[in-house]
Design a protein around this ligand. Structure first.
Ligand code: C5P
Length: 417
């Protein structure tokens, strides 16, 4: 019999006030079956949906419910409650509790425990679809994720309020799986590998105040760097100007122009792999003006002479002994995706090209989701539309498989177009 990663773990379950709270009763049972000790905090709203008595019967412990219960404070302060846990699980994570976490409010026991802890937190959001989609909730969700909270769900489906959409709480077994993942020993298959990732646009100055740029947000490149770092690689992320956060524990190199980026990539070599996710500007201005260009007399615009930038991918793809074993390019296309990306694979000496359709209706630029195809010399693999993080995780798995000499084609649906 295999021992569950939950065996012997102490979980503090914070039950918020939503109809999905009833699922917590099953969750407690399943966690305890796997050998975890579960202690519960029930918010006032939570106790409108499940009774302290049923929670207590299932945890076989006292249920903690009110910050100002002096007996509780004397026996077990709110700080101690979270200290005595290996993981805090917030389910259902209501819009209100997420908002409190995002803003650091602590006005009841659950929110105080959440603020007073440095124990990892897993949250299972559940709310009406419109509440979930509201920009305020999305802002709060992004904030708590940045603060290190892991989310499980929500799922899409029909809701208690007779609506359909995103907002159903993850099922108890999905939450169990997420908790098991949280306790699993980190899998670091790329430990010892050096990976250089480029991300974001480049800015090509025209004069001190103007530049040529493109719509790249850097989200996909940064996600690849984060996924590679989480897989144990030593990552150098060379990024053009972006307004997103640096991934943790990578070596950041900030650049502005394509020429700077080429120099930074060359400095970062040798590496095992290069992932060129940056949207490098194809051209730069021939003569960058020292002073701001003034409107021409009569309002006729100046013409600006352009010259081609160095192709970083092609330079590294054909770099001989200094070429990384694996060179991956990206191709953002608005038409003839496979033809154009295939031509780039050959001309730039890349091993793989990750091609995505960036025609405006797809919402890829700046968005959080991506639909990509991975082109190899002899085949194309189509991936489903998924988050940029999921695309990154998938790519990193393939990079790992490549270094282990495993061809992933057999296990994937190939599209031999
Ligand atoms: O812009 P293009 O579609 O040609 O980009 C394809 C790939 O080539 C991308 O991986 C991009 O990072 C890379 N590239 C480059 N240097 C350039 C232009 C593109 O490395 N000057």
């Amino acid at each position: 019999m295999t021992v569950s990663p939950l065996s012997g773990k102490r979980i503090l379950l914070l039950i918020g006030g939503g109809i999905a709270a009833y699922k917590c009763l099953d969750l407690i049972r399943r966690l305890r079956e796997r050998g975890a000790a579960v202690r519960a905090v029930l918010t006032r709203a939570g106790s409108e949906f499940v009774t302290p008595l049923s929670v207590s019967a299932l945890t076989e412990d006292k249920v903690y419910s009110d910050l100002f219960d002096l007996t509780d404070e004397a026996e077990m302060g709110h700080i101690q409650l979270s200290r005595d846990a290996d993981l805090l699980v917030l389910a259902p994570a209501t819009a209100d509790l997420i908002a409190k976490m995002a803003t650091g409010r602590a006005d009841d026991l659950a929110s105080t425990v959440l603020l007073a802890t440095d124990t990892p937190v897993l949250a299972a959001p559940a709310m009406n679809v419109r509440m979930w989609q509201h920009p305020a909730t999305q802002r709060n969700v992004n904030q708590i994720e940045r603060d290190g909270v892991t989310l499980v769900g929500p799922n899409e489906g029909s809701m208690a309020c007779n609506e359909y959409g995103m907002g159903r709480m993850a099922e108890p077994m999905e939450i169990v799986a997420a908790i098991e993942t949280a306790f699993s020993v980190p899998h670091r298959p790329l430990a010892g590998r050096r990976i250089v990732v480029t991300s974001g646009p480049t800015h090509e100055p025209i004069d001190p105040v103007r530049y040529i740029a493109n719509r790249s947000s850097g989200k996909q490149g940064h996600a690849v760097a984060r996924a590679a770092q989480m897989a144990g690689a030593d990552v150098t992320l060379i990024s053009g100007p972006v307004s997103i956060e640096d991934p943790p524990d990578v070596t950041m190199v900030r650049v502005e122009t394509a020429q700077d980026m080429l120099a930074a990539v060359e400095t970062a070599l040798p590496a095992d792999a290069l992932v060129m996710a940056a949207a490098v500007a194809d051209w730069r201005v021939v003569e960058r003006q020292e002073d701001k260009i003034k409107k021409a007399d009569g309002g006729v615009p100046h013409s600006i002479a352009l010259t081609e930038n160095p192709d970083i991918l092609a330079t590294v793809g054909h770099a001989g002994a200094r070429r990384p074993r694996l060179v991956i390019g990206f191709a953002a296309e608005t038409q003839n995706l496979l033809e154009n990306a295939g031509a780039k694979l050959r001309s730039k000496g890349a091993d793989w090209i990750v091609a995505n359709d960036v025609s405006p209706e797809g919402g890829v630029f700046g968005g959080d989701r991506n639909t990509v195809r991975i082109l190899h010399a002899n085949r194309v693999d189509s991936l489903p539309t998924q988050s940029k993080d999921a695309v990154a995780a998938h790519l990193v798995e393939r990079i790992d498989a490549f270094f282990n000499g495993i061809d992933t084609a057999a296990s994937l649906e190939s599209d031999p177009k």
